[in-house]
Design a binder for this molecule. Structure first.
Ligand code: SF4
Length: 83
């Protein structure tokens, strides 16, 4: 039987935990703090098309873009102000 690669296993565990933390963070936002679904999805689309986005992270601020986009009063830190 093939053994899973330890690095891959740890990476996937870590990734699952990160995803869980982002989800919990977004859920913890009050309705006043949270961006509406349409705004959120539009922001994420712009982030995922952005050359500064790497593996879900913004290279400019270091944020997880899903968490950053979820906050209503948040903004894109790029001088180009993509959103
Ligand atoms: S927050 Fe702005 S600079 Fe960062 S990845 Fe999203 S669009 Fe790009």
């Amino acid at each position: 039987m093939e053994q899973p690669c330890r690095t891959c296993l740890f990476n996937s565990i870590e990734r699952d935990q990160i995803e869980k933390n982002i989800k919990e963070y977004i859920e913890s936002l009050s309705p006043d703090e949270k961006a509406g679904e349409r705004l959120y999805n539009n922001r994420l689309r712009l982030c995922f098309e952005c050359p500064n986005c790497f593996d879900g992270l913004c290279r400019i601020c270091g944020c997880f873009v899903r968490a950053r986009a979820a906050k209503l009063r948040s903004y894109c830190p790029d001088p180009a102000k993509r959103w």
